[in-house]
Design a binder for this molecule. Sequence first.
Ligand code: ATP
Length: 253
Amino acid sequence: MQPIVKCTAKHVDFFYGDFHALHAIDLDFHQNEVTALIGPSGCGKSTFLRCINRMNDLIPGTRIEGELTLDGEDIYAPGLDVVTLRRRVGMVFQKPNPFPKTIFENVAYGLRVNGIKDKECIAQRVEESLKLAALFDEVKDRIHQSALGLSGGQQQRLCIARALAVEPEVLLMDEPASALDPIATQKIEELIHQLKQRFTIIIVTHNMQQAARVSDRTAFFYMGKLVEVNKTGKIFTKPEKKQTEEYITGRFG
Ligand SMILES: Nc1ncnc2c1ncn2[C@@H]1O[C@H](COP(=O)(O)OP(=O)(O)OP(=O)(O)O)[C@@H](O)[C@H]1O
């Protein structure tokens, strides 16, 4: 079965002022697959990830060229509603960043921002999202207590629940487990595996074992360029490019 292409980058260049951070990136993301972005520090993984939901727009002096599309529609089209884009393309960051509010209010936040007022509907979506993020059973008895009382791993799953509550289509994850211990990391990885049945997932990771475990496809970046993208099994056993091989065998990076 041919994969459905959810999101496409065509010849994307990105600049921080005069600094040319991304060079002619061509990359497709398939629906219901996990794509891992790997490469040494500073190669542009996070920059590229942030292009997809226009988070870089918030950084003054930046500029993008080329084309990025979601379901064939230009993400950078003039007049495009960025709030709607960010609802469709959710994001989870490296460090869990819950709001200093209750567990319930953290997850309800995006629903309220998107104008949903019906209390029953909000309560239902909060519960569903916590279940999807595999957190509900652990927090159901303290849902109206502060989110800051949760462990780091629980906080990160809460942030995932918060991102899922607005029913995104794509989930961007920027090193979502790098601040977590091995058990919490394993939970996040299992969760990613579950979530890909419903979402398109793009994950930046420094951890190559993690990329190998969670992703269907892996894209290797080096110095702002996409060196190689392929099925994860192929990248980790028989990469086509020498640079990829050197990186995955730990010869640099
Ligand atoms: N806000 C910024 N202003 C100027 N340059 C930046 C900014 N953010 C990133 N860069 C530069 O762009 C390049 C790519 O950075 P980016 O954070 O995308 O790399 P990365 O591969 O995600 O790195 P890491 O794995 O260390 O997070 C780096 O040279 C970095 O210094």
